[in-house]
Each structure stands twice: as C-alpha cells, then as structure tokens.
Design a binder for this molecule. Structure first.
Ligand code: ZN
Length: 59
C-alpha cells in the first residue's frame, strides 16, 4: 500500500516550503590571473581584469 498523507497540508505550509524554491547558490571562484584576487562567476570573464581563459576579453 502506498503511504497516504493523513491530513491535507495547508496553503501556508506549502507557501512556507516554497519560500526556498527561488533561492539559488551561485558558486564563486577566484580569478586565475596573477595579481587579481577578484571573485568571479565561473565560466565568465573577470569584471576586474577582463580576462577569460588567459585571453583579454574586456577592456
Ligand atoms: Zn581578474
């Protein structure tokens, strides 16, 4: 027999649980450039020095 919930969960209970649905963890890494210690979003150019994969992308 499949487990059945004894009581219906209230709207508040559902909404309380849903408060976490929109939260996303963005893992930050450090810039690889020597002399630049900026935290950057992975797989994107560094906003501080504009370098991605050792190539100058931004000015
Ligand atoms: Zn950098």
């Amino acid at each position: 027999m499949a487990p059945l919930p004894k009581k219906k969960h209230s709207k508040k209970r559902k909404k309380d649980r849903a408060s976490h649905f929109g939260i996303k963890n963005v893992p930050l890494t450090k810039c690889n450039e020597p002399g630049c210690d900026a935290f950057i979003v992975p797989h994107s150019a560094c906003p501080e020095c504009g370098v991605y994969k050792s190539q100058q992308i931004l000015d």
